[in-house]
Design a binder for this molecule. Structure first.
Ligand SMILES: [Zn+2]
Length: 224
């Protein structure tokens, strides 16, 4: 997991010196959790649930998921979302006289929404940006980007069109996400030499069996 994750970090981040404040100290973890989910914190902790690992077929698909999550961190999406809601909070303050009774509850809701964004997905435009940048990261790492929309096909097959508690799709249906990625591929990756890119089924089978063993033994999961 860490070696896959590290390969997906964009070169400009990898090349930064360790004490550069712009450098994000990425870490990659798999946790035993059957929910099909993944998320990234603003300081670069990327978490993938075992339920998601079990759903996928190859390493390129996992690269699509992790690339997407890395993009949330490199593009400061949580921070942007916070700024966006701060603007709303200001709006509430201006309307303050009216909101006196309602204010605190409203603000608590807003704080909750920002935290929820990390686990349940960001706003639509930020998700699109992460999908777009995630494709760039996976191609730069040598993976076949056609496996990104395939993730959504698998999701639909296993869980229906509408994921419930799912990282990218708290309110979007899988078909929408898939067609966004297909469009990106058509518009920006048409001339790619797909034969030179990897999906890595074998490597992925190894990751999957590590997860299965950890589940069986209820041991702490360590996916290298
Ligand atoms: Zn996302």
């Amino acid at each position: 997991m860490s070696s896959l994750g590290n390969r997906l970090i964009p070169a400009y981040q990898r090349d930064m010196s360790i004490d550069d404040p712009r450098r994000i100290p990425f870490q990659f973890h798999v946790v035993l959790d059957d929910n099909v989910n993944a998320f990234a914190t603003p300081n670069g902790v990327v978490v993938v649930n075992s339920g998601l690992i079990e759903l996928l077929d190859n390493e390129a698909q996992l690269a699509a998921v992790i690339g997407h999550e890395i993009a949330h961190a490199t593009h400061e999406h949580t921070w942007r979302q916070q700024q966006h809601y701060k603007g709303k909070r200001l709006g509430i303050a201006i309307a303050g006289a009216v909101a006196a009774g309602y204010g605190y509850r409203g603000m608590a809701d807003i704080a909750g929404m920002v935290n929820a964004a990390i686990v349940n997905g960001h706003s639509r435009s930020l998700e699109n940006q992460s999908d777009r940048i995630g494709l760039q990261y996976m191609v730069a790492a040598g993976y076949d980007p056609r496996e990104a929309p395939a993730v959504w096909k698998l999701m639909t097959k296993e869980h229906g069109l509408q994921g419930t508690n799912f990282f990218w799709s708290s309110h979007e249906n899988n078909a929408t996400r898939r067609s966004y990625l297909m469009n990106e591929l058509k518009n920006n990756y048409r001339d790619l030499d797909f034969g030179a890119l990897h999906t890595n089924e074998d490597e992925y089978a190894r990751i999957k069996s590590t997860v299965a063993e950890a589940k069986a033994s209820k041991k702490k999961l360590k996916v290298k």
